[in-house]
Unconditional design. Structure first.
Length: 457
């Protein structure tokens, strides 16, 4: 099994990898299908289903789909240009995109939120349609946004392409048990094995420059969040808090009056800064999703800023180790909140971050596996119940607590020798089963939990 570090960590935009980035990617793919088709098209239509319908407005799914159909992609998103294009589409009811004729599209009638018909392949389903001059559908495709910005067509999902292993790699572990066996037999660390896999596919230069950019985007996102205040969009009037907390922490430095637990505030504020940026539609890195994008940057920033002897030369090992664990979770369970609740998002992010931190602090493969298991185990059963469908409450603070759990899990694992009762594989399988048993109300539909017990206006 091979899932690249650049598949697990993607540069994109907020507020959601599955509800914003995924639909935008799907729309771009559909445009390519239209360009390759012999038919002449005159219009477009989109239909959102399942979780994409229920929380689509709060996650800006409609906006992302329209922008995707207008040629935008998450990796090179230009916010100012996007606003101008959206305004033009709303005024003219027409989309103009390269390689195709002008296409009729009225956002009020051609963007459909279908709450009644869930598509079979995944909770995040959408249909994109192209019409002729008479308004008849002449080309259609069903897409599933399966978490973390990954997108599959109905045919691809049915064919099992989401678990396609691709070309052989030197260390093709599909489970944590296999990962530990290969590490023992080879004498390599988890990061070294993951590095060998990456280099075998894309070369060392690509790996070095790519991981450097990932951390740069993560760290820039933290810094923007720490410097920005105001009210987050969406109607809940949630106030940005990261800047105020950070300013207070800076003011307390050197006073010799801070309690030891203040370090938790540092971890939380780094994560909250990222997730406030995400909620505002800013640039983030999926880690493994947008909703959980703050846990890993916060853990890594904690390591670099607060751990004696830390070095940026270890960032690549952190990311590679985290990606190895994230790949196991995605391959054997899920990283999608719509499929398995927030245990699959913040839980996975905490497990990945704990593993990465344990690795750069000298942990053995066994200790790293233990750290990941501790972090994931104590997120089992966590629901995804965003108030008003926005990635704000409880998501922003939850990332801060996820980072604290990740650091605690790594620390506990480093205090032992790696032996423990519950294997990571068993924990991942438990998460999968728990997600399957969880009521749909608690899987990113905003139909239960905090979403119905907190005033939405």
């Amino acid at each position: 099994m091979f899932l690249s570090v650049f598949d697990m960590f993607k540069v994109g935009i907020g507020p959601s990898s599955s509800h914003t980035m995924g639909p935008m990617v799907a729309a771009a793919r559909f445009l390519n299908q239209m360009r390759a088709s012999p038919f002449h098209f005159a219009g477009l239509r989109a239909s959102l289903h399942g979780s994409l319908a229920f929380t689509g407005v709060g996650h800006a799914t409609d906006r992302a789909t329209i922008l995707g159909l207008a040629g935008f992609t998450p990796g090179d998103y230009d916010a100012d240009r996007a606003e101008a294009v959206l305004a033009q589409i709303n005024e003219t009811h027409e989309i103009t995109v390269g390689g195709l004729p002008p296409l009729r599209f009225n956002p009020k009638t051609d963007m459909i939120f279908d709450y009644d018909h869930k598509l079979e392949g995944h909770a995040n389903g959408m249909m994109l349609m192209a019409t002729d001059a008479q308004g008849d559908v002449t080309l259609s495709e069903t897409f599933y946004s399966i978490g973390g910005g990954f997108v599959m067509t109905e045919a691809e999902l049915a064919a099992g392409k989401d678990t396609d292993e691709g070309a052989p790699v030197p260390f093709p572990f599909k489970s944590a048990a296999e990962m530990l066996e290969m590490a023992k037999a080879s004498g390599k660390s988890i990061a070294q094995m993951k590095r060998d896999n990456e280099v075998s596919r894309n070369g060392e230069v690509h790996l070095r420059s790519g991981t450097k950019r990932l951390w740069q985007v993560m760290n820039d996102c933290i810094n923007r969040g720490l410097a920005t205040d105001g009210i987050l969009p969406g109607g809940l009037s949630v106030k940005r808090r990261a800047k105020g907390i950070h300013d207070a922490l800076i003011a307390e430095r050197g006073l010799n009056q801070s309690a030891p637990h203040t370090i938790n505030d540092w971890m939380s504020v780094y994560a909250m800064a990222v997730n406030e940026e995400n909620a505002a539609g800013g640039q983030v890195v999926t880690a493994p999703t947008n909703g959980a994008a703050g846990v890993m940057p916060a853990t890594l920033r904690y390591y670099l800023d607060h751990v004696p002897g830390a070095s940026e030369s270890h960032v690549e090992d952190f990311l590679l180790t985290a990606a190895a664990i994230g790949g196991l979770v995605k391959f054997n369970a899920s990283i999608s909140g719509a499929e398995a609740g927030c245990q699959a998002e913040v839980g996975s992010a905490a497990a990945m971050s704990a593993a990465g931190l344990c690795a750069v602090m000298g942990g053995t493969p066994e200790q790293i596996e233990n750290a990941a298991e501790i972090a994931l185990e104590h997120h089992l059963g966590m629901t995804c119940d965003p108030v008003k469908g926005l990635v704000q409450v409880p998501c922003i603070e939850r990332n801060g607590l996820g980072a604290i759990k990740a650091v605690s899990a790594a620390s506990l694992a480093l205090r032992g020798d790696g032996t423990h009762l519950v294997p990571l594989d068993a924990c991942i399988e438990t998460m999968r089963q728990t997600g399957a048993d969880m009521s749909e109300k608690y899987k990113e539909t905003s139909l239960g939990g905090l979403a119905v017990n907190v005033p939405n206006c």
